[in-house]
Design a binder for this molecule. Structure first.
Ligand code: ASP
Ligand code: MG
Length: 458
């Protein structure tokens, strides 16, 4: 079975929706579909949640906007008068729920994380209804399924949930055979799941990719297609490198490395549920549907030149913990890690020397982490420094570790461009080499690397 996931950009207008319907209709075997919210709707709901804390009057505006977007799309894609009223009713039922929940929040002045998540989940609930109605109008028998109703169970981490794959295999996996028997295309909501206590949990922004991978895992799919309204992975960000090229093939690990850093093509955790399975993943563009897209394969696929892409992230900071003995006193890293994880801070990487521990953190967590560690008494810590004007550059490619001369090419090209490298981490992953430069040198470094690996024939 194939799982096809459509991002919000694919659903943003009638043309996109019609393309989606045509793609699904042209499949020989019935696929399983996972959808994101229509582009902009999650943001609209987020804004609605923020506004309602200030005044109840904002509820009607949020709700009217939401209704407008979906009913207009419905009108443009479902021309048949015998089908449209039923679909409109299904959409209105959900939008009325949004209105009631937001009004409740306005009246009580309170919204738990689970209630906020519930509100945000309506983007996907509405999209699933819209897409299944459009499919029906296109002659494809389809039915929407909400992730909580279908049993997409997760842990209790409400903002960054992890699916319980075993439970999902049972619940969703079992239903897949029913869909096939009944000859209908299920349209499943992305982005959220449900805890065993019935609370709505989210997979983070762009989390529908992860949902699709969970569904692919659960139904034992042989293929997962992730449809976007932009090109797949590129050799670099085309905003910095106009001549950047699309990448044809990546390994799971390469794609995961690229997703964590900068490349907003795929939710960084998408490949987790697929690890150990032989599911072919393809990133496809709705604008070039017959093009090959980017294939992400479970086996490695080394390039002649090793490097597949150069990416960067300036939303990071480095917290340096200085002290003469930090490198040899047992337990220091453990205590630091615990202190930060208690505050929900994620450490991207740790680079240590005998006299300094460097933590790579999200910029948004930097100040809280600084304060948290300042109060920590580990005996050997003499000074804390926070650096925010930096950029993390990742050079990604399978075989970086075992191919001679690649590191030399990386760093000599950067030094020729006059850029100073402040910190290097190579060898931690077979698929990526990281280093840090000044924020202001970032573009220069990326250009130099792209020239070295993609623009000069050797
Ligand atoms: N609708 C959610 C978001 O905008 C999830 C997704 O698009 O995948 O982040
Ligand atoms: Mg999105």
């Amino acid at each position: 079975m194939k799982v096809m996931k459509f991002g919000g950009g694919c659903l943003k207008n009638a043309d996109g929706l019609n393309r989606v319907v045509n793609l699904i209709r042209s499949e020989n075997n019935l696929p399983c579909v996972v959808v994101s919210a229509v582009a902009g709707v999650t943001d609209l709901l987020l804004r609605g949640l923020a506004d309602v804390q200030k005044s109840q009057e904002t509820v009607s505006r949020t709700v009217a906007c939401c209704r407008d977007v979906h009913l207009k799309l419905l009108e443009q894609t479902v021309a048949d008068d015998s089908l449209r009223p039923e679909a409109a009713r299904a959409l209105n039922v959900e939008i009325d729920k949004v209105e009631r929940i937001l009004t409740g929040i306005a009246l009580t002045g309170e919204a738990t994380v689970a209630v906020q998540n519930l509100v945000l989940s309506f983007g996907e609930r509405l999209a699933a209804r819209l897409v299944s109605a459009a499919l029906g109008a296109g002659g494809v028998e389809a039915r929407h399924f909400d992730a909580d109703a279908i049993g997409l169970l997760t842990d209790d981490n409400l903002d960054n949930a992890t699916a319980d794959l075993k439970a999902c295999r049972k619940s969703i996996g079992r239903k897949a055979s029913v869909f096939r028997r009944d000859g209908l295309v299920p349209v499943i909501t992305g982005f959220f799941g449900v805890t065993d206590r019935g609370r709505i949990s989210l997979f983070g922004r762009n989390g529908s990719d992860y949902s699709a991978a969970v569904v692919a895992h659960a139904v034992g799919a042989d293929e997962l297609e992730i449809w976007k309204d932009v090109d797949g992975f590129m050799t670099a960000d085309p905003k910095i490198i106009p001549q950047a090229r699309k990448i044809d093939r990546l390994s799971y690990y390469e794609a995961a490395e690229l997703s964590y850093f900068g490349a907003k093509i795929l939710h960084p955790r998408t490949l987790e549920p697929l690890d150990g399975m032989k599911i072919a993943v393809r990133i496809k563009s709705l604008l070039d549907p017959s093009g090959p897209g980017t294939e992400i394969c479970s086996e490695g696929c080394e390039n002649e030149d090793v490097v597949k892409s150069v990416t960067a992230d300036d939303e990071i900071a480095v917290l340096r913990i200085h002290g003469p003995g930090v490198g040899y006193k047992p337990g220091v890293i453990g205590r630091i890690g615990r202190r930060l994880s208690d505050r929900g801070v994620n450490i991207h990487a740790i680079i240590t020397a005998q006299t300094c521990i460097n933590l790579l953190l999200d910029k948004k967590d930097a100040h809280e982490s600084y304060d948290a560690l300042r109060g920590l008494d580990v005996g050997v810590m003499s000074r804390l420094d926070l650096e925010e004007d930096i950029m993390l550059i990742a050079v990604v490619g399978d075989g970086l570790l075992n191919r001679k001369g690649v590191a030399a090419r990386i760093f000599s090209s950067i030094s020729r461009a006059g850029v100073n490298v402040e910190m290097i981490s190579t060898g931690a992953s077979e698929a990526a080499s990281y280093f840090i430069v000044r924020d202001s040198d970032g573009d220069k470094a990326i250009k130099a690397l792209h020239r070295e690996f993609f623009e000069t024939s050797r």
